[in-house]
Design a protein around this ligand. Structure first.
Ligand code: C2E
Ligand code: MG
Ligand code: MG
Length: 574
């Protein structure tokens, strides 16, 4: 039940000169009822008699415009869940504790359905200053289409005008707190829409309990609610405190309701500071962003809008857009670099790893660490991935004219595995180019995503069936899973450069690499060490018997023509 502070106007019908008799007032009231959609009433506090305008009778079960026992009738008409609060609000007026109120609650209609109303009441005092009459105006909220029928909260449409008002009225400080129910879709799917609706109504009830007079609560559609708070507070982050209060109340309600199924809420807030000349309409965008961040951070948490994070987010979107334009412009700006891979037994460069580069018009050359995640997030990695495979295979064929056994390693992302017809694309390109499949190795970075219940493992097994070589990249970081090795889907293990980086100093890293190489070899897997940077590294790792080596000691990744000039057919003497 929302309670609003109203302007304090003291009314009095008695004592003033030329004042109206009660009957006259009732007549005026009934006539006024014909000029408005609202229901007007006057209720005598002493006799409990009440006159209500005729327009209320159509929808609500009042028997006549004259009611002799208003208290009893209201007990019938008021929604049972709202009755206690109504009694409290009325008794505050009757006891003289308040001179007016504005409350929202439900009336039961003749059709048995509840309808949300807003009831504004002013007390009229007698000559001795005692409360004598209640003069009221009841607005049916649903009619104005600004009220959500399930929760009784304002709908989003009203927020725009409230925010505009906020600006016009010159509030100095205000904030929006948006609350979302975590995993609401799953709640609906698992326990049914009815249960979901109940959760929503409960959370809204908790929010209403926690807000203060004058705060406005909206339902934003779906599982999101929003509180507009317009007041000065000395606290550092009052929105956080409000969120925490709501969360505690929700927890208590869950406990009291004996629900077996717990749910949580997330919150995001943004502050309006008129002095900074900010547009209050932007507030909503920011609040939504903050809530989104809270969900990203694992839910059941609160995030206050942060400009820097927002700017980073916008910059990422912007970069994603530029990537998309590059893709649309026939992959303009994308280029493959190649890093030599040394065949240890032959002491020769017999292959290369293709590494993607992207040159932005403004930002210049960017590292794949920056833009590959963006390609993955946006799904652009799928077309770009196809381009990479084709380009690398064609380049490899050119180099084979000079170095017939030249091999190419191509990185593929888990997104390509999960969401595209990777295998048939590869087959198609190899057929088109008449490429010998033994000369290509696809590198997959090990990650939990390969086991996410999708068909990734199935796709990888098909690589094996089609005799396509597969390597595990960056092995030893994160998800090192010996199951991969056991399933023998792979032909090559690339031990992550972080192990090689310290190998001359760390006995531990040395032993891990040594043991692992032996294990891999005993299972007929080939081993490549990445990140060989110095002569010392090289001396140290040669004793461990790797099949391939890669690293800055031999060469950095370079553009195609540089590779041809500098590294093709190159041999080493180590
Ligand atoms: P990766 O596949 O493990 O590639 C090896 C990375 O290590 C490359 O970084 C390479 O420049 C770097 N590197 C090689 N030798 C040394 C060394 O001795 N010391 C040091 N510190 N670094 C060395 P790059 O090119 O920045 O690529 C980073 C990652 O981006 C790659 O790691 C791979 O996961 C991803 N990536 C690159 N190109 C592609 C691509 O075409 N497709 C996909 N899906 N991912 C790619
Ligand atoms: Mg790689
Ligand atoms: Mg790697």
């Amino acid at each position: 039940m929302g309670v609003f502070v109203e302007q304090e106007v003291q009314g009095s019908m008695a004592g003033a000169e030329g004042s109206l008799e009660l009957e006259d007032v009732e007549q005026v009231l009934l006539l006024m009822g014909e000029c408005t959609d609202d229901f007007l009433f006057i209720r005598d506090i002493q006799t409990d008699e009440c006159t209500i305008t005729a327009n209320a009778l159509k929808k609500f079960p009042f028997e006549s415009t004259h009611i002799s026992n208003a208290g009893e009738i209201m007990a019938k008409i008021c929604h049972p869940q709202d009755y206690e609060a109504l009694v409290q609000a009325v008794s505050n007026l009757v006891e003289g504790e308040e001179k007016s109120h504005c409350i929202e609650y439900r009336w039961m209609g003749r059709d048995g359905n509840p309808y949300w109303v807003r009831c504004r009441v002013k007390v009229i005092f007698d000559a001795e200053g005692r409360p004598r009459y209640m003069l009221g105006c009841v607005t049916e909220l649903g009619r104005k289409n600004v009220i959500d029928s399930l929760t009784g909260l304002y709908r989003e449409v009203k927020l725009g005008s409230d925010l505009a008002l906020l600006h016009a009225k010159g509030n100095n400080i205000a904030f929006l707190l948006q609350i979302g129910i975590d995993n609401f879709r799953e709640i609906n799917e698992k326990y049914g829409k009815k249960f979901g609706d109940q959760v929503l109504v409960d959370v809204c009830g908790c929010i209403r309990q926690c807000v203060s007079d004058g705060d406005i609560v909206y339902r934003m559609g779906g599982d999101e609610m929003l509180v507009l708070v317009r007041r000065m507070e000395e606290k550092e982050d009052p929105a956080r405190e409000l969120y925490q209060k709501i969360r505690r109340t929700v927890d208590k309600a869950i406990f009291a309701g004996g629900y077996q199924h717990f749910y949580t809420i997330s919150g995001g807030s943004a502050y309006y500071d008129r002095e900074e000349g900010e547009n209050p309409l932007k507030l909503l965008e920011r609040t939504e962003f903050a809530l989104h961040q809270a969900k990203e951070k694992g839910k059941n948490t609160y995030v206050r809008f942060d400009k820097k994070e927002y700017e980073d987010f916008v910059a990422r979107l912007d970069l994603q857009e530029r990537l998309r334009q590059s893709v649309d412009a026939n992959y303009m700006g994308f280029e493959l670099y190649y890093q030599p891979i040394v065949n240890v037994k032959e002491k020769r460069i017999l292959g290369a790893e293709a590494l993607l580069r992207w040159r932005d018009n403004v930002l210049g050359m960017l590292s794949p660490g920056v833009f590959i995640p963006l390609l993955e997030e946006s799904g652009l990695i799928i077309p770009v991935g196809r381009w990479i495979i084709r380009t690398a295979l064609m380049q490899c064929q050119k180099w084979q004219e000079k170095e017939p056994d030249f091999r190419i390693n191509i990185n593929i992302s888990t997104i390509q595995i999960r969401k595209s017809n990777l295998l048939s694309d590869i087959e198609k390109y190899m057929e088109e180019l008449n490429f010998d499949r033994k000369n290509v190795m696809f590198e997959v970075t090990e990650s939990g995503e390969l086991e996410d219940g999708g068909n990734s493992a199935g796709v990888l097994q098909n690589f094996q069936k089609k005799r396509l070589n597969l390597g595990i990249d960056d092995f030893g970081t994160g998800y090192s899973n010996l199951k991969y090795i056991k399933d023998m889907m792979f032909d090559l293990v690339k031990i992550d450069q972080s192990f090689i980086r310290n190998i001359t100093e760390s006995q531990y890293d040395y032993l891990v690499v040594k043991q692992f190489t032996e294990l891999a070899h005993s299972l007929n897997l080939m081993v490549c060490y990445e990140g060989v940077e110095t002569e010392e590294d090289l001396r140290c790792v040669l004793g461990l018997n790797p099949d391939y080596l890669q690293g800055f000691y031999f060469a950095r990744p370079v553009a195609r023509d540089d590779f041809t000039k500098l590294y093709l057919c190159r041999t080493f003497d180590f």
